[in-house]
Design a protein around this ligand. Structure first.
Ligand SMILES: C[S@@+](CC[C@H](N)C(=O)[O-])C[C@H]1O[C@@H](n2cnc3c(N)ncnc32)[C@H](O)[C@@H]1O
Length: 516
């Protein structure tokens, strides 16, 4: 887009009408009555070849998009600069078809709207138009040329405009096309993001060798622990001892949730076997002489529940295993409506990041919107924060930590509202105000290890990020925190594709050694 403060090395389109004899205007096949015609001082323009009723859709122009860097390096030094404008994601757009030929007027008779979904602009008659009238749009307030037909209107001037004023118009892709089915489930390959698999898919496990098994522990009096053998520690006992042994087990500390995918006892007609532990440390066996137990021993046991019947059959040959066909954390289905919710949230973080980046901060932003299930509309419980380590001179003021804190502070304040105010649903104590249980966090950059760990503690449901940080990221880059063994919570991770749904990484570049 032309900068009125910069001298242009090229002539604008209007110059061709003054310096040289203009060529004949091409015929145009637009069926809504538009034609192209030369006009004094403006170059080509679009004219009505007949009367056009108000609200007539005149033209749908596809746009050509240039990345900001490509445009900076090349486009802006050419005549293209008279035709391009800023697309909502920061790229530069050139309208094809008639779109680039509408001249400017401060009393326009044509309005337009951007449709980022189809990468096009729709031009509509703003009022009834007379035959032979010129069709004009409003470019904005900061023009890079002197309009030949200015009316010098006194109008309130917005802070940012020019041809880029287009971007301030409604994006019709945000409105529902009437035929769109918001309930429709979108197949995984059509989603604009990929989801990180947190646990390997085990449905295919159909041989004993392929089953991942548990690590056994050193047990006093048993054979030395063999690091190569992944084992569970077992104790065989006569069935008559079932009840006292079950009582002992309850108090033993061997009864841990890590064994919840395994049955504890394998029954046989006279003697049954108890799975004691799969950990490296274990308390001694009961000293009760009545129990008269043989020394414990080790075998391999499955590390995870069976997800399919064939897998259950094979795992049961090792040790009785729990059948859990729907794995916890299994990817959720995405409806079109949910995708719109996520797209909005991603747009919000990216737009905000560009804004704070231009103001001198790191362009890193995190946003926790109201859950999709809470429906559309302005929701009081929606949080957004950017990285302020530059302005605050504080190395820990990362956007993820800032947004968690913002959310906690808001909840704390709500909990302090004195009665007789209505009860506050978010009134919490004991650090619970920091919990993001069942919430989704959208962020521009893959969170660093510290923030990934904070998210784990916060019990966030899932996160979405746009810019991967291979050297410093804690969600698949340098490490994947929620995948680590032994963590007590796992959250979903989804990486948004650069450019998908009009969301790009333009303007979000940071050094690859920064902890985001
Ligand atoms: C997007 S182009 C419009 C089509 C252009 N007239 C052509 O011949 O290709 C924008 C350029 O048209 C010219 N223009 C548009 N509106 C004008 C106006 N009201 N007065 C003078 N020049 C105008 C300026 O040179 C501007 O850079």
């Amino acid at each position: 887009m032309p900068d009125p403060l910069l001298a242009h090395s090229h002539d604008g389109p209007a110059a061709s009408s003054t310096g040289r004899t203009p060529p004949s205007a091409p015929e145009h096949l637009n069926s809504t009555g538009c034609r192209i015609q030369y006009t004094d001082g403006k170059g080509r323009g679009v004219f009505a070849s007949r009367a056009i009723p108000a609200h007539t859709l005149l033209e749908i122009s596809p746009v050509l998009l240039f990345s900001a860097s490509e445009y900076d390096a090349h486009g802006k030094y050419t005549v293209l600069d008279h035709y391009t404008f800023k697309w909502r994601d920061g790229r530069m757009a050139l309208a094809l078809g008639l779109g680039s030929l509408f001249n400017h007027s401060d009393t326009p008779n044509v309005s337009y709207s951007v449709d980022s979904r189809t990468e096009s602009i729709r031009y509509t008659a703003a009022r009834a138009i007379e035959p032979d009238e010129e069709l004009c749009i409003f470019y904005g307030f900061n023009l890079w040329f002197s309009p030949v037909d200015a009316h010098n209107l006194e109008v309130a001037k917005p802070s940012e405009d020019e041809w880029g004023g287009l971007t301030a118009l409604a994006d019709i892709s945000e409105m529902d096309p009437p035929t769109e089915n918001l309930e429709e489930i979108i197949s995984e390959d059509k989603l604009p993001f990929t989801r990180e698999k947190l646990t390997p898919d085990e449905d295919d496990e159909d041989t004993v060798e392929s089953i991942r098994t548990c690590v056994g522990g050193r047990y006093p009096g048993s054979a030395p622990y063999n690091h190569n053998a992944e084992v569970g520690r077992l104790q065989t006992f006569p069935n008559a001892l079932s009840n006292p042994l079950a009582r002992w087990l309850k108090q033993s500390g061997f009864d841990t949730p890590t064994l919840s995918h395994l049955k504890r006892i394998r029954k046989s007609p006279t003697h049954s076997t108890l799975l004691l532990t799969t950990t490296l440390t274990a308390p001694p066996l009961p000293s009760d002489p009545d129990l008269q137990l043989a020394p414990p021993y080790q075998i391999s046991v499955p590390r995870t529940p069976a997800l399919s019947m064939p897998s259950l059959k094979v795992k049961n040959t090792l040790w009785p295993t729990v059948f859990a066909p729907r794995r916890k954390g299994e990817p959720e289905e995405w409806s079109r409506a949910r995708l719109r919710w996520a797209t909005r949230a991603m747009h919000r973080v990216v737009d905000e990041a560009r804004r704070v980046g231009a103001a001198g901060e790191l362009p890193i932003v995190s946003h926790v919107p109201a859950p999709f299930e809470d429906g559309e509309g302005d929701h009081p419980h929606s949080y957004i924060a950017h990285d302020i380590r530059v302005s605050a001179s504080h190395p820990l003021r990362h956007s993820v930590l800032n947004v968690i804190r913002q959310l906690a502070d808001t909840r704390q304040r709500a909990s302090l509202v004195p009665s007789p105010a209505p009860p506050q649903p978010e009134a919490l104590r004991n650090g619970q105000s920091y919990l993001l249980t069942s919430l989704t966090l959208f962020t521009t950059h893959e969170p660093c290890l510290m923030c990934s760990m904070a998210l784990l503690h916060s019990r966030v449901k899932e996160i979405f990020y746009l810019v991967p940080m291979p050297r410093t990221g804690g969600c698949g880059g340098a490490a994947c925190v929620p995948k680590l063994e032994g963590v007590n919570h796992r959250y979903g991770i989804a990486r948004w594709w650069d450019g998908a749904e009009g969301i790009s990484t333009e303007g979000l570049q940071i050094a690859d050694d920064i902890d985001a």
